[in-house]
Design a protein around this ligand. Structure first.
Ligand SMILES: Nc1ncnc2c1ncn2[C@@H]1O[C@H](COP(=O)(O)OP(=O)(O)OP(=O)(O)O)[C@@H](O)[C@H]1O
Ligand SMILES: [Mg+2]
Length: 446
């Protein structure tokens, strides 16, 4: 017997669940199933789709994906909520699909945060090690990170992440993990990511209205990097560009950590739009022709092949060469890579990223996109597929799922860290302000 639909807010007549629902212990599980503490869920609310993954941690701490749900997203624009009802409905639909597949009830999620409001900068935190033994502990690292976040942030912005780039002990720099070392003075060079308070509150509100708690929040670009990068790339210096529908999340990693993050307001939907305008066809047709016949590089398009494109009215069609399609697509792809290069320059890592660019997100599936990226940026470009998970691995081995898969990995790390810390108090202040609504802390590791 599957779970009853009665009492399930996401299956009642009203498509928008109200927050009156009080989950009961054990509800929603198949008979005989235990209320597992090790079930984790990820929620990526994108501009074109909402993706939910449910996973379990195996005995060996491997991520085993057991549920997958996707719903079209109509309430987001460039990573920002523009329609609360539409967003809540899409979240509920995706959660419900993932719940059905995994046969568990999802009560809390790890949420991806994105949007063009995201900004990143660097700051230094300094503390003295006052104890007699001079041993640097995890608490000292947390204090140094706290010190790094003490800076004037406009009242309309909130801190999303404070991530250490390197530590400096008594003037010696380049230290990855100072715990266990001795020293008098600990400095941390940290990358701080902030976002608009209103934009973050709006997405948190949508998640709450879908009857979900937020276990933790992770910058979407950071999550995508977690899913597609090899540790060696992160060490060498690499750019992750998650080219989605409305935005491109850029995250630059170096020496194992996040160096710079930004969200560019251009994505695959702009290509669709260009095709709709250029071919005088409805958006849905432009999207279809982009996916079926579009290539990013004109040289890859056969000169003697044509496609029938419906007119805006829908009653007639006209013939367009595949090369003409590519001629519309290529300039937009070049623009996206030019904007990525601008972010590389801003980060100060130009010429220091031998790992090149790893493109992911749905638009990374556009044939020839990596080649355009390569000649436009002069860097090696590869398409990144999510790695390192079992279970429904085939279903999510798609660049469009990178962010959600990365969120699952973060959720797993958080769960393990919590288990390790036992009933330890959360690190104070890491999620101050509006993130006070977020249930748990995330280990601020590399
Ligand atoms: N096979 C394909 N070829 C080309 N483009 C594709 C393909 N599959 C998906 N896309 C494009 O990928 C985009 C959606 O990507 P993705 O699912 O990563 O976006 P999102 O996460 O919803 O949006 P965002 O990250 O911008 O908020 C759409 O523009 C879609 O047209
Ligand atoms: Mg996305």
């Amino acid at each position: 017997m599957r779970r009853s639909s009665v009492n399930h807010p996401r299956r009642q007549g009203n498509p928008i669940p109200q927050r009156t629902y009080q989950p009961r212990k054990g509800e929603g599980l198949l008979p005989g199933a235990r209320a597992r503490q090790d079930v984790i869920a990820a929620l990526d609310v994108g501009s074109t789709k909402v993706c939910v993954l449910v996973a379990e941690l195996s005995e060996e701490s491997e991520v085993d994906i057991t549920g997958y749900g996707v719903a079209p997203s109509h309430g987001m624009r460039r990573g920002v909520v523009v329609d609360v009802e539409g967003t809540v409905r899409a979240i509920c639909e995706a959660v419900e699909k993932a719940e059905h597949m995994a046969d568990v009830r999802v009560r809390s999620v790890t949420l991806g945060v994105a949007g063009t409001h995201v900004q990143s900068f660097n700051n230094r935190g300094v503390i003295a090690i006052a104890r007699e033994d001079k041993d640097i502990t995890e608490e000292d690292v947390a204090r140094a990170l706290e010190a790094a976040r003490v800076l004037t942030i406009p009242p309309d912005r909130d801190i999303i992440h404070v991530r250490p780039r390197e530590f400096i002990v008594d003037g010696f720099d380049g230290i990855r993990d100072p715990v266990g070392m001795v020293g008098n003075r600990l400095e941390v060079e940290a990358n701080i990511v902030t976002g608009s308070t209103t934009s973050i509150e709006n997405i948190l509100r949508c998640v709450a209205r879908a009857d979900l708690e937020v276990e933790g929040t992770v910058l979407s670009g950071l999550a995508s990097g977690e899913a597609v990068l090899h540790p060696a790339e992160r060490e060498l210096g690499v750019v992750v560009a998650d080219i989605g529908g409305g935005t491109t999340d850029v995250a630059i990693f170096d020496r194992g950590g996040l160096w710079h993050a930004a969200v560019i307001p251009v994505g695959g939907d702009h290509i669709t739009n260009d095709l709709a305008v250029g071919l005088r066809t409805p958006l849905a047709q432009a999207e279809k022709v982009k996916i079926q016949d579009g290539v990013a590089l004109v040289d890859l398009a056969p000169a003697d092949e044509f496609v029938e494109i419906p007119d805006v009215g829908g009653s007639r069609t006209h013939r367009v060469g595949k090369r003409a399609l590519a001629e519309i697509i290529q300039p937009r792809v070049e623009e996206i890579f030019d904007l990525i290069v601008k972010e590389i320059k801003k980060s100060g890592r130009e010429g220091m990223l031998p790992g090149g660019i790893v493109v992911t997100g749905g638009t990374a599936l556009l044939r020839g996109l990596d080649e355009v990226g390569q000649y436009e940026t002069g860097l090696p470009v590869r398409v990144g597929y999510p790695q390192g998970q079992a279970g429904l691995a085939d279903l999510v081995r798609n660049p469009g799922c990178s962010c959600a898969v990365g969120l699952v990995h973060f959720a797993a790390q958080n769960l393990l860290a919590k288990e390790e810390a036992g009933a330890a108090e959360p690190l104070s202040g890491l999620f101050a302000g509006i993130f006070g609504k977020v249930k748990n802390w995330f280990k601020q590791s590399y």
